[in-house]
Design a protein around this ligand. Sequence first.
Ligand code: AMP
Length: 282
Amino acid sequence: MAQSILPAVRDVTALRDAVRAWRKAGLRVGLVPTMGALHEGHLSLVRAAKERCDRVVASLFVNPRQFAPHEDFERYPRDEGGDSQMLAGAGCDLLFAPERGVMYPEGFATSVIVADVSVPLEGDFRPHFFGGVATVVTKLLLQCLPDVALFGEKDYQQLLVIKKLARDLDIPVEILGCPTVREHDGLAMSSRNAYLSEDERRIAGRLNLILHDAIKAVRHGAPIADAEAEASRHLTAAGFTVVDYVAIRHAETLAPVSDASSARILAAAWLGKTRLIDNMAV
Ligand code: AMP
């Protein structure tokens, strides 16, 4: 049976009208923000939203403000038709797909900057990134005003940044993190995996295994700095071209830790022109 095509709105007024009508009817609303090129990871968020809410909105917006000029904004995969089908199949009720001018009209001049958790790791290597993410997510939360918004632990530092901005700005939306969905070999699903050559895809599957080994080493008493350095060496030996970081940090603050309780391991590494990130609880 053919899947129904999802209703779509493209401006904030239409989005607010739809959400307001649902809430007036006593329905609970969930929001799943995405940049499209959807995969099972995104759909798991839609399903988790549907379990907790009566109606689910997914947003689709490739946010130019979170890409640096040298990054992959232009070649980022885009397929609204395919995404819409997948969302409908997962139980999504409404697609919010604004044009750039709706999100950033002429004269747009405001940025949301979250200190602390934005600063290390991704913040070191992509200094523009969290400002772009925090600004667009703040806008999406305020445009939609859902009961709950769902984000993947795949982007763990991003999840911490979003929890912090919602708390700091008194945005009345529950922020819920959901587990990372992985391929058969453990590679975290990502829209950017589509960039990988066959060879790179094989090597990519080593990232999660090397992080698992580092966790094991720490649990067996290896010093944290040694486990980080060893994992970094293994990534290079496996064929990763550049390792941005492998870091074992406090799971809430991302501050360096001296023991593994409440820790998270996070990593970012390049395969040619593709940058992969992953993380796990220690
Ligand atoms: P993106 O379209 O990459 O901006 O991601 C949109 C949302 O999907 C974010 O909350 C991501 O953390 C989440 N996400 C991306 N990949 C995965 C995955 N493999 N498992 C779970 N959530 C994911």
